[in-house]
Design a protein around this ligand. Structure first.
Ligand code: DQA
Length: 148
């Protein structure tokens, strides 16, 4: 099973970006954690981080050629991007939306996600652990396994 993990804008700053909200781990450390979990579950993962909406759209379009599932933290584009919503709807691959913080416990403008409706589901508020939960969700969706 193959999974694309897409990280949106400013997530390259994790570790030093508002650590009280987003945690102390760098993106590299988070990706390492995801890669370790994925390897144990025999899941192949590729990572993309971009601060540019169009690059994220391109990565998702290309994933249609090879990926079984997408895990995406669209970051600020969650709350603005019709283009990301449309590409997630266009590709025939299940996607899981992840947010480190609980977006519903924050400012009002973060409560609405344009992208979530084009995803299978959303995981919000569990920090980096949310990506591991998303891996299990992806496996369950793609392989119909309980993860046991
Ligand atoms: C975020 C939440 C978004 O509202 C914010 O713009 C981010 C990160 C999260 O992971 O909690 O950049 O997606």
């Amino acid at each position: 099973m193959k999974v694309l993990v897409v990280h949106g804008p400013n997530l390259n700053l994790l570790g030093r970006r508002e650590p009280d909200t987003y945690g102390q781990q760098t993106l590299e450390e988070i990706n390492q954690m995801i890669a370790t979990e994925a390897a144990q579950a025999d899941i192949e993962v590729k990572f993309v981080q971009s601060n540019i909406e169009g690059e994220m759209v391109d990565a998702i379009q290309q994933a249609a050629q090879w990926a079984d599932a997408i895990i995406i933290n669209p970051a600020a584009y969650t709350h603005t991007s019709v283009a990301l919503r449309d590409v997630l709807a266009a590709v025939d691959i299940p996607a899981i939306e992840v947010h480190l913080s609980n977006i519903y416990a924050r400012e009002e403008f973060r409560h609405h996600s344009f992208t979530a409706a084009a995803c299978q589901g959303q995981i919000s508020g569990f920090g980096a652990w949310g990506y591991v939960l998303a891996l299990w969700a992806a496996r369950h969706i793609v392989e119909g396994e309980s993860g046991e």
